[in-house]
Design a binder for this molecule. Structure first.
Ligand SMILES: Nc1ncnc2c1ncn2[C@@H]1O[C@H](COP(=O)(O)OP(=O)(O)OP(=O)(O)O)[C@@H](O)[C@H]1O
Ligand SMILES: [Mg+2]
Length: 346
C-alpha cells in the first residue's frame, strides 16, 4: 500500500499551571493513498491533538517535543508558517466539529467557498465563483447559483456543514481531515453527511482521516481503524479486524459501549476514568480500568504485537506467555449487528 502521509514518533506536550501534560505519547501511523482511516477513542485520548499537529494548528501552550510528519517526502514540522499556509486548504484540508464556528457569519457563502482558490491559485474572481457554485452543487446545496450571495444563517445546520465541506474540498486536497464532522448534527443529517463524504471521496480520490466517538459511523465509512487511549495508539487494523477480532481490552470496552442500531444511547460505559497525563504512570495506561490486566501491565509499556500483517495491538495479553483470555461474550453476541454496519456486511 502506498502511503501519502507518515506520522513518526510524535510527542506533543502542553504547558499548564498544574504541570506538563503529555497529550500525545509516541504516536506513529501511516495514511494510505485513497483510504479512509478512522481514529477512535474516548474524550481526551488525543485524537484532535494528533490531527491538529499535522495541520500545525495547535494551541499556543503546545510543544511538539519530537516526531516527524512526512508528506511528499518532506517533514511538515520543519515547514515555515508561510509554507504551511500553502499546504492547508490546498494539499491537506480539515473540517472541524462545529460548522457554526467554522463559517464567517458576515461573509456570503459564495465568497467563503471561493476563498481558498483565490488564496492558493491564480484563478480570476469570476472563475472562482463558478467553481464555488460547482462545488456547492457537488455537496448537495440546492439552487447553489441563486444562493451564492446568501449568508450562513440562511442555511440549516446540515446545509452549513455541507458548505464547510465545500470549502475544504474546493482546492482538491490530497488529504481531508474530518474531526467529528457530524457530532453537532441530528442522526438523519449525520448519515447524509457521511454518505456525502463517501461519495466525494470516490469522485475526488482523496485520502481521509475521520475522527469520531461513534464506532457505528466508523463501521460504515472506514477502511482502517486506529484506537487511541491516553495519548497513544493501542490497536490498529483493517475495519473488519477491529470489529471482528479485537485484541485490546480497551477496544473491547469501546465496542461494548457502542450504541445499538435501534437504541441510539450508550448501554455500557467503560468503568473508571482515563489517567492524568501529567506524569502518567508506567505500563499500559488502561491497566487500572482493565479487568484482564496482568501484573506486567502496571510496570511496563506493552509493545505492539502482530496479529496479522495489517493488525497490531499493544497489550501484554498477546504475549506468548500470557494466559489465554477471550473477548467478553457481550461483544461476540453483537457481531451480527456489527456485520450489518460494516462494509463487509454489504
Ligand atoms: N491547550 C491545551 N492545554 C492543555 N491540555 C490540552 C490542551 N489541548 C488539549 N489538551 C489535552 O490533551 C489531551 C488530548 O486532547 P484532544 O483534544 O486531542 O482529545 P480528543 O481525543 O480529541 O477528545 P474529544 O473526543 O473530547 O474531542 C487531553 O487530555 C486534553 O486535556
Ligand atoms: Mg477532539
Amino acid at each position: 500500500m502506498e502511503s501519502i502521509l507518515k506520522v513518526k514518533d510524535l510527542c506533543v506536550n502542553f504547558a499548564t499551571y498544574a504541570g506538563t501534560v503529555n497529550a500525545i505519547r509516541d504516536v506513529s501511523f501511516e495514511l494510505h493513498k485513497g483510504e479512509t482511516l478512522a481514529i477512535v477513542g474516548e474524550s481526551g485520548s488525543g485524537k484532535s491533538v494528533t490531527v491538529r499537529s499535522i495541520m500545525q494548528l495547535l494551541d499556543r501552550n503546545a510543544d511538539i517535543a519530537s516526531g516527524e510528519i512526512i508528506y511528499n517526502g518532506q517533514d511538515l514540522l520543519k515547514y515555515s508558517e508561510k509554507k504551511m499556509n500553502d499546504v492547508r486548504g490546498h494539499d491537506i484540508s480539515m473540517i472541524f466539529q462545529d460548522p457554526m464556528t467554522s463559517l464567517d457569519p458576515t461573509m456570503s457563502i459564495g465568497k467563503q467557498v471561493a476563498e481558498p482558490l483565490l488564496i492558493h491559485t491564480k484563478i480570476s474572481k469570476k472563475e472562482a465563483i463558478e467553481k464555488a457554485i460547482e462545488t456547492l452543487q457537488l455537496v448537495g446545496i440546492d439552487n447553489a447559483r441563486e444562493r451564492i450571495n446568501d449568508y450562513p444563517h440562511q442555511f440549516s445546520g446540515g446545509q452549513r456543514q455541507r458548505i464547510v465541506i465545500a470549502i475544504a474540498i474546493i482546492g482538491s486536497p490530497d488529504i481531508l481531515i474530518a474531526d467529528e464532522p457530524t457530532t453537532a448534527l441530528d442522526v438523519t443529517v449525520q448519515s447524509q453527511i457521511i454518505d456525502l463524504l463517501k461519495d466525494i471521496q470516490k469522485k475526488l480520490k482523496m485520502s481521509i482521516i475521520f475522527i469520531t466517538h461513534d464506532l457505528g459511523v466508523v463501521a460504515g465509512i472506514a477502511d482502517r481503524v486506529e484506537v487511541m487511549y491516553a495519548g497513544k495508539i493501542i490497536e490498529y487494523g483493517e475495519v473488519n479486524e477491529i470489529f471482528f477480532n479485537p485484541k485490546h481490552p480497551y477496544t473491547w470496552g469501546l465496542l461494548d459501549s457502542m450504541p445499538t442500531l435501534n437504541v441510539k444511547e450508550r448501554l455500557n460505559y467503560i468503568p473508571g476514568t482515563p489517567p492524568d497525563l501529567i506524569d502518567p504512570a508506567p505500563g499500559d495506561a488502561f491497566a487500572p480500568r482493565n479487568e484482564f490486566a496482568l501484573d506486567i501491565d502496571f510496570e511496563q509499556m506493552p509493545p505492539f504485537f502482530e496479529v496479522s500483517k495489517t493488525h497490531f495491538a499493544a497489550t501484554w495479553l498477546l504475549d506468548p506467555n500470557a494466559p489465554k483470555v477471550t473477548p467478553p461474550a457481550s461483544i461476540v453476541a453483537r457481531q451480527k449487528e456489527f456485520k450489518k454496519l460494516t462494509k463487509a456486511g454489504e
